[in-house]
Structures are given as structure tokens and as C-alpha cells.
Design a protein around this ligand. Structure first.
Ligand code: ZN
Length: 437
């Protein structure tokens, strides 16, 4: 415990001194898992090395396009945190542009990096069905009583948003969906301004049965709500460094197996720590939230390149990031073929993106109630069904609706407690919290 304390303290202190921002907590999340599941870090490293070995011996099939179904879980306690569908659509569009090298700023890539800048051939779409086969818009909305999901000083609580039992929301089958949780990761703690984190693939671990790290249900990406989406109106002031939705581009890179290009040296000379990818120049530390094209912190051989601050896996500002390298692309594509094999197998239909009301636009009254409630929608809508789940995600009641209505009533005989009411529209699911006394 003492070691965790010391390492986290040093890390956060370093970042606090730099900019008071901690862009990405992926490395810390891995170190925390290593404490509870010794061997996790080496499983991550081994997976990376195996894939790298495959790249050099077998090569990479570069013809196919991988298409990844996404579910975005919006977990909110205020209307501000309950971000709009439009922001979600802008985030998916950003991922698609950047992972296909169709971004608007490829012309900003410096000449010396043009030969290695590459199209990843990976695309993303909102899921059209949930794991039970119900129609979905690929967006879930869950109102929570927690004001934020910021971790404590030791990093504990990073995964709470992924668990209904902790007032977050459970993942959809993580083998078949890329789960992205959007919530307040910053809270009021000025020491931990975390924008996002993700777990990389780790195969064949040797932990005791049922204790793999992190458990499958925790796989996915978490993004702070103020930097989610392209052009989020809340990404202002210090957060304006992340105003183009590239925090998610970066975290999905980790989720697909990439490391930070500066190698995350903790106590050693940063130029000797590498990201394991040959075509990203060495850098002694990260780009420190600025766009400094004069940075050249390490001497490369045979050609001495500047630091590649354009790379999505560095910490420059969104406005000067614009590339993945061919070496990074090879790793991500082979990870999809070997470690996340079901993700892009085409088994999940895309959503027909349609507008559904946000949870904030739907009123329940009375709430708390005795189980006899009225649901008010902003206009007459076809709700296919209303499902009531308990806090453990167990279905306790269900009611189908046959016509388009703006007022729905229901009378359930429910024991006192807290429930999640899921309204299923053609375009997706909206979740409201219901208290029964
Ligand atoms: Zn990162």
C-alpha cells in the first residue's frame, strides 16, 4: 500500500506542477491493477510483444476495414453532464476521420513525418442493438446520485462508473462492443484532472480463476464529459486543449494496445524508454499540453527527428495532433485480429441514428412514488417498452406500449428501493432513476 501511495503521489505531483492537468490515467490504472493482480503489467507487455512479433514475421493484412460497434454510456447527475446526442455523433465522426486519416488537418503533418503517417483502416459506429437484441441508438443515459466519478487520492474508484452497484452503469458485452463511459472524472479535486483512461488488451494471464485483471466487465474507455465530442462547448479555459474530441482518439488507441510515444519513463532517462514502435521518434517526456514544434528531447539515429507532437498518443493539444504512424496502425490492426477478435466481426448492426428525447426531457411523477407513476415525454413518441431494473441490473418488471403517446402511466407493485427505468425507443434507450417507498 505504501508503494502505491508513493508512486501515485509522485506522478500526480509531477503533473500538478506541470499544468494541473492529468490528461490520461491509463498508466496509473495499469499500475493499480498490478497491485491487486500481480503479473498484470507483464501480461500487457507480453501481449504487446507477441503482436509486435507477429507484425514483423507475418506482416499485416492492410486490405480490410475493421468496423467497431460502440455504445456510449452517459452517466450524469446534472443536466450539464447529460451531454447531447449531437456531441456523441460528433465524437463518432471524429474517431472515423482520425482513424481513416481523413481528418481536416493532415496538411499540418510535418514533411519528415508524412512517410510514416497512416490510415488505420478502422471505423466506428453506434450499435443498433443491445446485447439482448433490442433496438438501440447506441447511447444509454443513466441518472446517478453521485456528483462525480473522480478517483480518490490513491486512484481508487477509477472503475466505479462501469458498475451499476456503485451508481454507474454496467458494460454491454465487452467482447462485442466498445463501451465508452462519459461522466465527470474530474470532480472537485484539483489534483486529479483526469480526462480519460482505458485498459489495453492483455491475453493469457495466469491469475487464479475468476480474478483476471481487469475483469472483462471493466474493458472499455472512460472520458470526462467536458472533453467528449468534437467542439464540446464545455471544453473552455484549461480544457480547451482538448476541444476536438481527441481525448477519445487517444484512449481508444490505448484500448487497441498503443502506449504513449514517450514511453512513460518514471525514474529513468526518458530517452531510453520507448513505446516499442520503431517509427515514432524517441522523446524524453510528453509534449506537456502545448504545441511546440521545436521540441527535440532525444537524439535519434540514423536520422535525428524532432519529437512527434502530432501523434495522437502524445500530450500535445488537440489542435496540433493529426496522425498515427504505420507502426502504430500495424499494432492496432493485429490486436483486433488476435486479442479483440469478436469486436469487429460484424455481429452487431449499426443504429439508424434517430433523435430520441434525452433523459432530462423525460419527467417521472411522483418520484419517489408508491409504484404508481406517470411518465411525461416532450412530445408523442413510440416507446416500445418500459423496463424496470433493480440496482443490480436485474429485470423486475416490463410493460410494452403499442401506440405513440406523450403521457404513459404504469402501476408496478415494487418493494421499496431504488430502480432504473429503461424506456426503449426505436432509436435507443433512455434510463431514469425511480425511487419507491
Ligand atoms: Zn494516455
Amino acid at each position: 500500500m505504501r508503494t502505491i501511495t508513493t508512486i501515485l503521489f509522485l506522478l500526480f505531483l509531477t503533473n500538478t506542477q506541470a499544468q494541473n492537468l492529468h490528461r490520461c490515467a491509463t498508466v496509473e490504472a495499469i499500475r493499480l491493477q498490478e497491485k491487486t493482480h500481480p503479473g498484470y503489467q507483464s501480461a500487457v507487455d507480453r501481449t504487446f510483444d507477441q503482436v509486435k512479433d507477429l507484425v514483423s514475421h507475418k506482416g499485416v493484412n492492410s486490405d480490410s476495414i475493421f468496423r467497431i460497434p460502440v455504445v456510449v454510456h452517459i452517466v450524469y447527475s446534472s443536466p450539464e453532464q447529460n451531454i447531447s446526442n449531437d456531441l456523441v455523433y460528433s465524437q463518432i465522426a471524429r474517431l472515423n476521420r482520425d482513424y481513416r486519416r481523413l481528418n481536416e488537418d493532415t496538411s499540418d503533418t510535418r514533411t519528415e513525418f508524412l512517410p510514416v503517417a497512416a490510415d488505420a483502416g478502422i471505423e466506428f459506429y453506434l450499435a443498433g442493438t443491445d446485447p439482448d437484441g433490442n433496438p438501440s441508438g447506441g447511447i444509454t443515459r443513466t441518472q446517478t446520485t453521485r456528483t462525480d466519478f473522480a478517483p480518490d487520492f490513491f486512484g481508487n474508484g477509477l472503475d466505479d462508473v462501469k458498475q451499476s452497484s456503485l451508481d454507474g452503469v454496467d458494460a454491454w458485452d465487452t467482447d462485442n462492443y466498445l463501451n465508452i463511459w462519459v461522466c465527470d472524472l474530474v470532480g472537485s479535486n484539483p489534483l486529479f484532472q483526469i480526462f480519460g483512461f482505458a485498459y489495453p488488451p492483455a491475453t493469457a494471464p495466469n491469475w487464479p480463476a475468476n480474478s483476471s485483471a481487469p475483469s472483462n466487465e471493466l474493458q472499455g474507455v472512460v472520458i470526462h464529459y467536458e472533453v467528449f465530442g468534437d467542439g464540446n462547448p464545455l471544453a473552455v479555459g484549461p480544457l480547451s486543449i482538448s476541444d476536438k474530441g481527441r481525448t477519445a482518439v487517444h484512449e481508444v488507441g490505448h484500448y487497441l494496445g498503443l502506449r504513449h510515444i514517450w514511453g512513460d519513463a518514471l525514474f529513468t532517462d526518458g530517452c531510453t524508454e520507448d513505446d516499442g514502435i520503431d517509427d515514432t521518434p524517441n522523446a524524453s517526456s510528453n509534449a506537456a499540453q502545448v504545441c511546440n514544434f521545436n521540441n527535440n528531447t532525444c537524439v535519434d539515429s540514423p536520422v535525428d527527428f524532432p519529437d512527434m507532437i502530432e501523434n495522437y498518443m502524445d500530450y500535445a493539444q488537440d489542435r496540433c495532433m493529426n496522425l498515427f504512424t504505420q507502426g502504430q496502425v500495424d499494432i492496432m490492426r493485429l490486436m483486433l485480429e488476435t486479442a479483440r477478435t469478436e469486436l469487429a466481426d460484424g455481429s452487431v448492426e449499426p443504429s439508424s441514428v434517430s433523435d430520441i428525447p434525452s433523459a432530462a426531457e423525460i419527467a417521472l411523477f411522483p418520484n419517489p412514488s408508491n409504484g404508481n407513476i406517470t411518465i411525461q415525454l416532450p412530445k408523442a413518441e413510440q416507446v416500445n417498452s418500459i423496463r424496470v431494473m433493480d440496482v443490480n441490473g436485474k429485470l423486475v418488471a416490463e410493460q410494452s406500449v403499442s401506440t405513440s403517446l406523450s403521457l404513459l402511466s404504469a402501476d408496478w407493485n415494487l418493494p421499496a428501493g431504488t430502480y432504473l427505468l429503461q424506456l426503449q425507443f426505436d432509436g435507443g434507450v433512455v434510463t431514469k432513476k425511480l425511487l419507491v417507498y
